[in-house]
Design a protein around this ligand. Structure first.
Ligand code: SAM
Ligand code: SF4
Length: 326
């Protein structure tokens, strides 16, 4: 098992399979972004090797993300191999859903259990505006395919002031009255190039809950207020689904954090909102043994930071969100 110096047991790895994406969401990346050359990214066999090393260290929950993980070549085979790795208990994915229409069933067959699908608004024009390139109908086709494939489904919406912070969040919340999904509202976080825009657009959980209850009625706390991963859960009266609020900026959940992240270029990122990273790609390519890789990972985990410093205007500048994966 891997522990950090605060006694947190770190056992959940989020792997960014690629920095590339078929959308350009305004809060995530600039439209003219330049992606890394393929040779700088972890190759399939390097991912397999690192997953085995992390599993040997007690990591049992894995989530694939991006950029957009479904645009990675061989994504189905990668999922299959991770799911078969001894010690791995669950494999999930965070995706924009655009390619799930074709991929949901093969991914489920390969061992994927759950998908978190990003959908910031149900309104087609606004969806296009937030994602710059997207068609919300493609996401719905992806959600239908994921349902048919038996995948567990959560929906993710990043809330951006003046884009989707009013009737759009109410429409999304209303979905839980008819579907057993968890619809999660994510506070926008500032990163790199797009930090100014993000900071101007943060909508707090308190404000969101007020907007939703004003139209749909009161929300009751689920699980006695205990976090589900990073989300505080609530339910509308008689709803089969739940609402999750992920408030990393205004209500950080560092005490219960069990996560580490592997960037597409092979860096171990210890906290989403802090720049600290450990290079795993270079030792891997220089012939490090599994024992040596484990020692490097364990040392990095030990120094995992606690708390973001956004209140002191310390914004992570070394990467944009699409390179870390959320
Ligand atoms: N492309 C996939 C997707 O959109 O779901 C996976 C990668 S994306 C970076 C992972 C999650 O991060 C998505 O739910 C996305 O909405 C969220 N995200 C992106 N930029 C963000 C930001 N600045 N603040 C908060 N969440 C963000
Ligand atoms: Fe792509 Fe996901 Fe970033 Fe949107 S949030 S640009 S879908 S990586």
């Amino acid at each position: 098992m891997s522990f950090d110096r605060f006694g947190r047991n770190i056992n959940y790895l989020r792997i960014s399979l690629t920095d590339k994406c078929n959308l350009r969401c305004v809060y995530c990346m600039p439209e003219d972004i330049t992606f890394r050359p393929r040779a700088e990214l972890l190759q399939d066999d390097e991912i397999d090797r690192l997953v085995q090393v992390f599993a040997d260290l007690g990591f049992h929950k894995f989530r694939l993300t991006g950029g957009e993980p479904t645009v990675r070549a061989n994504v189905v085979d990668i999922v299959g191999r991770i799911a078969q790795t001894p010690g791995v208990k669950t494999v999930a994915m965070t995706t924009n859903g655009l390619l799930l229409n074709e991929l949901a069933q093969p991914l489920a067959d390969a061992g994927l259990e759950r998908v978190n699908i990003s959908i910031d608004t149900l309104n087609p024009e606004k969806f296009k505006k937030v994602t710059r390139w997207g068609d919300v109908e493609d996401v719905w086709a992806g959600i239908d395919a994921a349902t048919a494939a038996g995948l567990g489904i959560k929906l993710n919406a990043v809330v951006v002031r003046n884009y989707n912070d009013k009737e759009d969040v109410v429409d999304l919340a209303r979905l839980t009255l008819h579907q057993p999904w968890q619809v999660r509202f994510i506070e926008m976080m500032p990163f790199g190039d797009v930090a100014d825009f993000q900071q101007a657009g943060v909508v707090s959980q308190e404000e969101l809950m007020a907007t939703i209850t004003a139209v749909l009625g009161p929300l009751s706390s689920v699980n006695g207020g205990e976090l589900d991963g990073e989300a505080q859960l609530y339910r509308l009266a008689d709803a089969p689904g739940t609402l999750g609020f992920i408030s990393s900026v205004t209500q950080p959940f560092c005490a219960s954090c069990t996560r580490a992240r592997l960037t597409a270029d092979g860096r171990l990122r210890l906290c989403l909102l802090r720049e600290k990273e450990v290079d795993l790609l270079t030792p891997l390519r220089n012939g490090a043994t599994n024992k040596q890789l484990k020692a490097i990972i364990e040392d990095g985990i030990w120094w995992k930071p606690w708390g973001h410093k956004l209140g002191e205007e310390v914004i992570p500048l070394n990467r944009v969100m699409s390179e870390i994966g959320g």
